[in-house]
Design a protein. Structure first.
Length: 208
């Protein structure tokens, strides 16, 4: 039988928290990619998944057998003030042995398709500098640099800059004079949308 193809699906807290925590931990302990200083436990990660997926997509890529995770991606609230509700922050993490195989691009493509379907207008990504690989991925997907926070985080004995990149999810003229449609925060309703499956699978062609 042919080997199963990678797939993208919604994260499940009970099923995926251990693997997600394992993928994330080295970014905390061995780099300044994350400004956390202590890796979250699987239980803490489970709580984050549940909290996030109540309002925003959190996706994982797996081997197609539902076992090993290749990476994950999610969106969260950009800012608390009401007028920011059409904007999200996005983050992607890839398993160390799965980099340069199109996993990040695939996950982002599916996430952006779902965010567009839900009516969000802007995706923002913060990247600790320097990080040429992450900058290259984001800019290849259409993100543009909008600013640098100099010396904003202190970790491993030094200050770090964070750059912010932004992606237009909807056509710019769609946010003209008339108020934009309210974004859809209920993920259960989003999953029932007739366009959901196509959006979820939008990233599949990017796997290498």
């Amino acid at each position: 039988m042919p080997a199963p193809s990678p797939r993208i699906r919604s994260a499940d807290a009970a099923r995926d928290a251990v693997a997600i925590a394992a993928i994330y931990a080295p970014n905390v302990t061995a780099s300044a990619i994350s400004f956390e200083e202590t890796p979250p436990t699987a239980a803490e990660m489970s709580e984050r998944i549940v909290r996030t997926t109540a309002r925003y997509p959190w996706l994982v890529a797996d081997t197609g057998e539902g076992t090993d995770l290749l990476g994950y991606v999610y969106a969260v609230q950009h800012q608390e003030r009401a007028s920011y509700r059409w904007a999200v922050n996005v983050t992607v993490y890839i398993a160390a042995d799965q980099r340069r195989r199109g996993v990040g691009r695939a996950l982002y493509a599916s996430l952006f398709a779902l965010l567009r379907l839900a009516g969000f207008h802007q995706a923002c990504g913060g990247i600790t500098q320097p990080n040429a690989g992450s900058v290259g991925l984001h800019e290849s997907l259409g993100f543009r640099l909008v600013g640098i926070y100099p010396r904003i985080g202190y970790k491993f004995g030094q200050w770090h800059d964070v750059g912010w990149w932004q992606l237009e999810l909807q056509p710019a003229d769609s946010a003209a004079a008339s108020p934009p449609a309210e974004p859809l925060f209920d993920q259960e309703i989003l999953r029932a949308h007739p366009g959901y499956l196509a959006a979820l699978n939008a990233g599949l062609p990017f796997f290498k």
